[in-house]
Design a protein around this ligand. Structure first.
Ligand SMILES: [Zn+2]
Length: 88
């Protein structure tokens, strides 16, 4: 799901207090991915369950490429960017 420009600003504001130095290279230069990502859950027999999972925003370290994922519900921005709990 591509992010709209106003959604990017909402996400940047929500991530601000949480993004510290990169855990790999310790620099502090992050960029926001242009799309939301989805982490699927697994069924009890270890198959991918696309019906449940976590919609996330991802921040990418500009130096080493490390990716940090943040659940949109835990960030408190799901409603602001048009994600409903039933979509997860
Ligand atoms: Zn890094």
């Amino acid at each position: 799901m591509p992010l709209k420009p106003d959604h990017q600003e909402i996400i940047k504001a929500a991530l601000g207090p949480h993004l510290k130095g990169c855990p790999i290279c310790h620099t502090t230069q992050w960029e926001l991915a242009q799309d939301l990502v989805f982490l699927p859950s697994l069924t009890t027999d270890a198959n991918i369950n696309l019906g449940n999972g976590q919609p996330c925003v991802s921040a990418i370290c500009r130096t080493c490429g490390s990716v940090q994922l943040f659940n949109v519900f835990r960030l408190g921005i799901a409603d602001k960017i048009g994600i409903k709990q039933s979509d997860a």
